[in-house]
Design a protein around this ligand. Structure first.
Ligand code: APR
Length: 387
């Protein structure tokens, strides 16, 4: 069997790329180890930033794939004291609210149901052969046996633990990483954000509440790296939310799920090797405080889709050869933003290991957002993803 592009992984990265290629008439196959129902219900990101909205608008797909505009305000709440930051944007559309699973459901519908795209679920044993000066080969197994696809390009969209990056020989990639030393507990609850999305900073640890649809929201609470489900009953969760937001009026609501994320920033460079190209979580991770995980994945796909179309439709490989060099400065810029946000939200309230010095400088940064129009403008650009 032959195709132009094999994409490994049907997350936001893989499905967005496959949809753009399919729309451009380029044959591609997506290989996904889970079933369709699983990919459609996985809960993670929630906001598509303004830059990514503009990308979908260029493809004439924004209204079909995304929901309505997000709030252009953020409540940076320090020990219960609210300060509302307004995201300013001179050009174009605001970001859109869109949970990851809603985007996945819409992409799958567009790709498979409307455009007869080729997404193969529940595949196992994906193996990549990516030799110099040869067509790459991808082999995999499914219920009907084992298969092999010859292609021109392999795109690794299979997340942090996938096979794509792991197939690259030792010594080619450099792993840059930063561990923050604490984790976040993420809890999806049956209670909407009633005012502004909240980024709460407190002496008891940080807490954020972000919208996840008309009836739900996700709370993120700083916790110890070693914490697990046994440490966090629903009762403790709600007590900590009330304590950290200094708001006793918050009532307990149903908790749909809880998971723990160690806060970590990672970049692998370069993001390509021979005919294999990495995108999204396969190439970089950001802590959730910045809400940039999905948006950086969409940035990669914006650049990579154009580069692939150039190579396949116009026989011009320049952009593809430069993919990693084009993408990485943007990734590093947003890594910096993510560290800034994460440090500000944690050190601005927590006595913690850094003592009060870091706490005071983080608080000064927060003040700066409200005192300096220049700082506010830069922060808005980061929120919108446009710088
Ligand atoms: N074979 C096939 N598929 C695989 C394999 C494998 N060996 N390993 C992983 N996958 C699949 C996973 O099941 C998953 O569906 O690859 C997909 C990777 O998806 P994500 O982890 O969501 O990665 P990505 O698409 O890059 O998402 C980037 O967007 O959705 C947000 O918050 C999310 O930060 C993430 C970002």
């Amino acid at each position: 069997e032959e195709t132009k592009v094999v994409i490994i992984g049907a997350g936001v990265s893989g499905l967005t790329l496959a949809t753009f290629l399919q729309k451009s008439g380029v044959a591609c196959v997506v290989l996904e180890r889970r079933d369709r129902a699983y990919t459609e219900t996985r809960q993670r990101a929630g906001v598509v930033d303004a830059r990514a909205v503009q990308m979908f608008e260029r493809w004439n797909m924004a209204d079909r794939l995304l929901s309505g505009p997000v709030a252009q305000t953020i409540d940076y709440r320090l020990n219960g004291h609210s300060r509302i930051f307004e995201v300013a944007g001179e050009d174009g559309s605001p970001g859109r609210f869109c949970t990851q699973q809603m985007l996945i459901i819409n992409l799958l519908q567009e790709l498979i149901d409307n455009m007869a795209g080729d997404v193969r679920f529940e595949v196992t044993d994906v193996v990549i052969q990516n030799e110099e000066d040869q067509h790459p080969l991808v082999s995999y197994s499914d219920a009907s046996g084992s298969h092999q696809i010859r292609c021109d390009y392999i795109i690794g969209c299979d997340g942090d633990r996938g096979v794509s990056r792991a197939s690259i020989p030792q010594g080619i990639l450099t792993r840059y990483s930063h561990e923050f030393g604490y984790a976040w507990l993420a809890a999806l609850v049956e209670a909407p954000v009633t005012g502004n999305p909240i980024m709460g900073i407190s002496d008891y640890g940080c807490v954020a509440q972000l919208p996840r649809g008309p009836h739900r929201s996700r709370y993120y609470l700083q916790c110890a790296l070693s914490d697990g489900h046994e440490d966090w009953s629903d009762e403790r969760l709600w007590n900590e939310i009330r304590l950290r937001l200094s708001d006793n009026a918050i009532e307990n609501a149903t908790v749909h799920d809880k998971f723990f994320v160690p806060l970590r920033s990672v970049v692998y460079a370069p993001m390509q090797y021979r005919n294999l190209f990495l995108a999204g979580d396969a190439a970089h991770l950001v802590p959730p405080a910045s809400a940039k995980g999905m948006n950086l994945a969409l940035f990669d796909i914006d650049i990579l889709s154009k580069a692939l179309l150039g190579a396949i439709l116009d026989q011009d490989k320049t952009a593809l050869e430069n993919y990693s060099d084009t993408v990485l400065p943007h990734i590093w810029n947003y890594q910096d933003f993510s560290v800034w946000m994460t440090d500000m939200m944690h050190d601005a309230g927590d006595p913690g290991q850094h003592g009060t010095f870091r706490q005071m400088t983080a608080r000064a940064r927060l003040d700066n957002l409200f005192n300096s129009p220049t700082a506010a403008r830069m922060h808005s650009e980061y929120q919108r993803g446009t710088n």
